[in-house]
Design a protein around this ligand. Structure first.
Ligand SMILES: Nc1ncnc2c1ncn2[C@@H]1O[C@H](COP(=O)(O)OP(=O)(O)OP(=O)(O)O)[C@@H](O)[C@H]1O
Ligand SMILES: [Mg+2]
Length: 167
């Protein structure tokens, strides 16, 4: 969640509800073939002001963790729920938004872009100019130890990584 969004809602003086699920069920298919991914899930996540938080969803494979996260992100085919309502910052989730991000367990990178362009892609969607977004991408590449590879084509970096793994 973006810090801006949290700060904005907190200004109202009410405890901020970051996520609310009310009796959310998601099933795929219908009739006897229907596969229930999550059933009648209700919870609220409040923001604790000025506190860094990390919230985990733990459960066996297939219990519905990704379904729940993709519903919050507004990503199909998990979104929309089959029944029930899901809210972010008090608003019914209607589509993906720049106030939410999701890092998938599988790679979700664009192989035709450089490492820096991949890092900067979210900023591009927000309309940040090329010079500024690449400067910010370089800053973040440095923070996570990717110095020097920002300009490399992603495929090149992958090939190097694979080679290193094999060695
Ligand atoms: N697109 C889909 N079509 C049909 N069934 C699906 C789809 N996506 C998920 N499911 C089913 O919904 C259930 C929950 O899946 P989900 O991927 O949310 O589980 P998970 O907890 O994230 O599992 P894992 O730990 O393996 O990532 C599973 O039974 C899965 O087979
Ligand atoms: Mg999953």
């Amino acid at each position: 969640m973006s810090a801006e969004a949290v700060t904005k809602v907190a200004a109202s003086g009410q405890p901020v509800e970051v996520v609310r699920f009310e009796h959310v069920t998601k099933s795929f298919g219908s009739g006897r073939e229907a596969k229930i991914a999550i059933q009648d899930v209700s919870f609220v996540v409040h923001d604790l002001p000025n506190t860094g938080e990390l919230i985990s969803i733990v459960g066996p494979s297939g219990c519905g963790k990704s379904t729940l996260l993709r519903l919050i992100a507004g990503l199909r085919p998990h979104f929309p729920p089959t029944s029930g309502s899901a809210y972010v910052f008090g608003k019914l989730i209607e589509k993906p938004g720049s106030d939410r991000g999701m890092v998938d367990q599988k790679y979700s990178l664009m192989p035709h872009l450089t490492v820096a362009e991949n890092i900067a892609f979210g900023l591009q969607l927000r309309g940040v100019g090329r010079r500024e977004r690449l400067a910010r991408a370089r800053e973040w590449a440095h923070k996570v130890g990717l110095d020097g590879s920002e300009r490399a084509a992603l495929m090149e970096s992958w090939a190097r990584l694979k080679l290193r793994q094999r060695l």
